[in-house]
Every structure is written in C-alpha cells, then in structure tokens.
Design a protein around this ligand. Structure first.
Ligand SMILES: O=C(O)CCc1cccc(O)c1O
Ligand SMILES: [Fe+2]
Length: 312
C-alpha cells in the first residue's frame, strides 16, 4: 500500500478569463510538475473527493455524500465530456466499508459530474479514463451542510479502506480555497431559480451558456468595489493550508460553517474535499505534506492552492 495525495483548487475560468501571462505560466508550471509526479507514481486507483455545482445533484434529493459506480461528465465550461472509468466492484466494496463505518453515504449507479470533479482529473492525468477512479461527491455548495467532523470521519473510513488494498492509490481533493462565485442560494430565490436548483438537470445549451457567461462576467469584476460577492481571503487560506500540512486535522472539527461562509466566501466549503482527502491519508498512518503553490487569483474567482502529501 502506498498513498499519495494532491489537493488542488479548480476554476472553470482557467483559460476563459485568465490573469496576467506570468501568473498563467506559474500555474501551468506547477500543474505540469504535479502531472509528472502522478505519471511517475503510476496510481492503480484514484479516489477523487469532489463537489458538485448543481449539475449532477439537486434539491429534489440533495445528499451530503455520494459514491458512484458509474459517472459521466456534463462537460461544463471547457471540460472533457464522457464517462469516467470506475472499477464497479471496488466502488461497491468501498461503499459497504463506508456504511459499515457508520457513515450513511448515498450510492449512484449513474452520476453526472461537473468541472468540480473532472477539471482536476484532466489537469493531473490528461484524461477522464487514464486510471481507474472512484468519485466521492461531498456537498460543498448546497446548504445546509453537515459538520466538518463528519467529513473527517468519511475521509478516515475511506482511508482505512484504501490502506487495506495492496495498491498504489492517489487521493485527490478538488476545490476551494476561499471564493464566492455567483452561485444562487435557494433561500429567497425567485421561483424560476428555485426550480433550477431543485431539478435543473440537463439544461439546454442556451441555459448552460447563460450560466457560464454570468460566471465569466463576474470574473471580470471580482475583487473590485463593483462586485458585491465576498472577496478572497488569503490569510484564511494560508492558515487552512498550514493546518493540513502540519497535521492538525482535528482542528477542522471546530470549523464554523456560517463563519467560513462570511469571512472567506460561500464556496470556500469546497475545502471539505481537502479535509476528506487529508483525513483519508491520516487514517493510513503519519504523513508528510508540502504546500506547492498558493496565490489569490481574482480573475479565476479562486484562492488558488496546490498541496501534496504522502504516507511516511
Ligand atoms: O458554475 C458554477 O457553478 C461555479 C463555477 C466556479 C467559479 C469559480 C470557482 C469555482 O470553484 C467554481 O466552481
Ligand atoms: Fe467549484
């Protein structure tokens, strides 16, 4: 058993509303280094903890945790289309193991996943099918959320499962850090928006284009006085990265959901995927971690970070 971890921010605005060329190159360089590390590790299994942004999961039945035995990309923004290659029996074994660990995870035999899952897979492996992958979706965008300690417990259960496999496993977390893109809230939403949030699967190409145009338009003003959304919070991000890198995972049990939304932005909760990934790694033994990159990038609406870790 060897486990490596990578946690990365994602942002569908990469390539659609870029910062200056020097920053773009910096990120490209970090990502190609990460891709080379994954290639050298040659994982036999990837477990990706990912959020969903009202593309696969809606309030007609909003789960906190979902594991999939089959999944297809909705190809939002510029992401790759098509199915992921999920090892079905192994995903079922993992599901049983998680349930036996007192965590009520939902099971999907046909999940739609969005950039929140696919962007990082593509950036790190060049494809959605290069390696066997098991996606686990953690609700990070559709309040209310369960407490952070539950996410840690989910991660630990997954970690105990993969520690028992005789495989090289890459654990991924994707999303965050501080950010607040223009994702609607169901509370006080007009009827039409509420209908979308409750059952907006398979939107028309026009509806999808409109949504993406709104995100790009926000990227152009994000972080300026013209934008009412919560600004990025680099101090918060750096403290969070340090908490993980220094192995103080128990600190997340005290995370206050409302407080994080207020001080770092509502979508900051995508860091729940990082918490689960680190909890999985920690369940397999002591780990060493490093912060590969951090920069607040307004054009991408992202406190953009990359962190790597592995069992000692
Ligand atoms: O289309 C959406 O729902 C939101 C898109 C989006 C934008 C910036 C950063 C993100 O992490 C993100 O997911
Ligand atoms: Fe996101």
């Amino acid at each position: 058993m060897t486990i490596k971890l990578k946690c990365l921010s994602h942002t569908p605005l990469r390539g659609l509303n870029d910062p200056g060329a020097d920053v773009v190159r910096e990120v490209d360089d970090v990502l190609s280094r990460m891709r080379a590390e994954v290639e050298a590790f040659d994982p036999e299994l990837i477990v990706v903890f990912a959020p969903d942004h009202y593309n696969g999961l809606f309030y007609d039945l909003m789960p906190q945790f979902v594991i999939a035995t089959a999944a297809e990309s909705v190809a939002d923004y510029n992401t790759l289309p098509g199915p992921l290659s999920i090892p079905k029996e192994l995903a079922m074994d993992m599901t049983r193991f998680i349930l036996d660990s007192d965590i009520d995870i939902a099971l999907s035999h046909r999940l739609q996943v969005d950039h929140g899952c696919t962007q990082t897979l593509e950036e790190l492996t060049g494809s959605l099918t290069r390696y066997p992958v098991i996606p686990i979706i953690i609700n990070s965008v559709a309040p209310p959320f369960g407490p952070y300690r539950r996410v840690r417990k989910l991660g630990e259960a997954v970690g105990r499962f993969i520690a028992g496999l005789d495989k090289r496993v890459l654990v991924l977390g994707t999303g965050g850090l501080s950010h607040e893109p223009p994702v609607p809230l169901i509370a006080d939403a007009p009827q039409e928006v509420a209908n979308f949030l409750i059952a907006g699967r398979n939107p028309t190409p026009e509806a999808r284009a409109q949504r993406q145009a709104r995100t790009i338009a926000t990227g152009k003003v994000f972080g300026t006085p013209d934008c009412p959304l919560t600004p990025l919070n680099p101090e918060w991000d750096r403290a969070f990265i340090n908490t993980l890198v220094e192995g103080r995972l128990d600190k997340v049990d005290q995370f206050d959901i409302q407080e994080i939304s207020k001080t770092a932005g509502r979508s900051t909760h995508e860091i729940r995927t990082w918490v689960a990934a680190f909890a999985a790694l920690s369940a397999a033994g002591p780990y060493a971690a490093r912060n590969d990159y951090y920069r607040p990038i307004n054009e991408w609406i992202a406190g953009y970070g990359v962190v790597s870790a592995e069992t000692l």
